[in-house]
Write a protein that binds this ligand. Sequence first.
Ligand SMILES: [Zn+2]
Ligand SMILES: [Zn+2]
Length: 281
Amino acid sequence: MTVAGHTQLAQRISRDVGMEFHGHAGTESNGDRWIRLTPAAVPEGHGFDVKVQMTWRRLRLSVELQRFAGELVRAMGESKEAGRNTFRTILEESVARGATVQFGVNDNAVQFDDESLWGKGWKRIELRMSKRLPGFDGAATAEELGMIRRWTRRFVAALLAIAPLEAQETPSGEALEGFREGAAKVTRTVRYERDRRNRTAAIAIHGTACLACGLEFGSVYGEVADGFIEVHHTVPLAKVGEGYIVNPAKDLVPLCPNCHAVAHRRDPPFTVDEITELLRE
Ligand SMILES: [Zn+2]
Ligand SMILES: [Zn+2]
């Protein structure tokens, strides 16, 4: 991967997860190339790097704790239920798509969906994801960069679901004006739809193309619109209590502003399948 490759990956991941990452690149002694992504706003030494290794037909992702990451790791182990659910959901979706995930806490291998591993004084963690990619040979084509981006996004989103790092505002869910819903309902919907971690998780799982019409902004409008998409909350608000925990795989879907506006022409909103059907007619 070229210099442009790691800068481009860092920019795209920053955009996709709503947090800025710097990118560095290098080569292992065996010739495999790697890219390291570092959260830009975390004080030096107190966070983690995400290492992306590109080998023949395989992509490997891992987290590398920095020297003084103890505080952060301890806080990750004390994540609230919403964060744990999102972490587990993203990893489950990744496994369902063929990835291998290894997770370790305090040097013990653990199952990432084991409920008992939380709140137990985390000091060190290990998280690795490996995905076989047929046809992947590190040629740095747009297609390969797309595959690297999708898998890196999943890995980073899982970490960010439980890592209490400062977030930047992300532009999303702006097109809610004019929806015929009560003000309180809209406020709550917007909160779900704008929550950075929900949004990041939804994009990590579903991608950035509109789920109803397939529009991918980057491929239509070019680089300036790359990664732009809104996130819609599908669960009817009447069924959602205050303590409801969003499942980013089932409850959140990426929609373009047009399809999103159409979804809210009805309460409860039109489903993705219904909108797709409307487009077909
Ligand atoms: Zn659409
Ligand atoms: Zn919506």
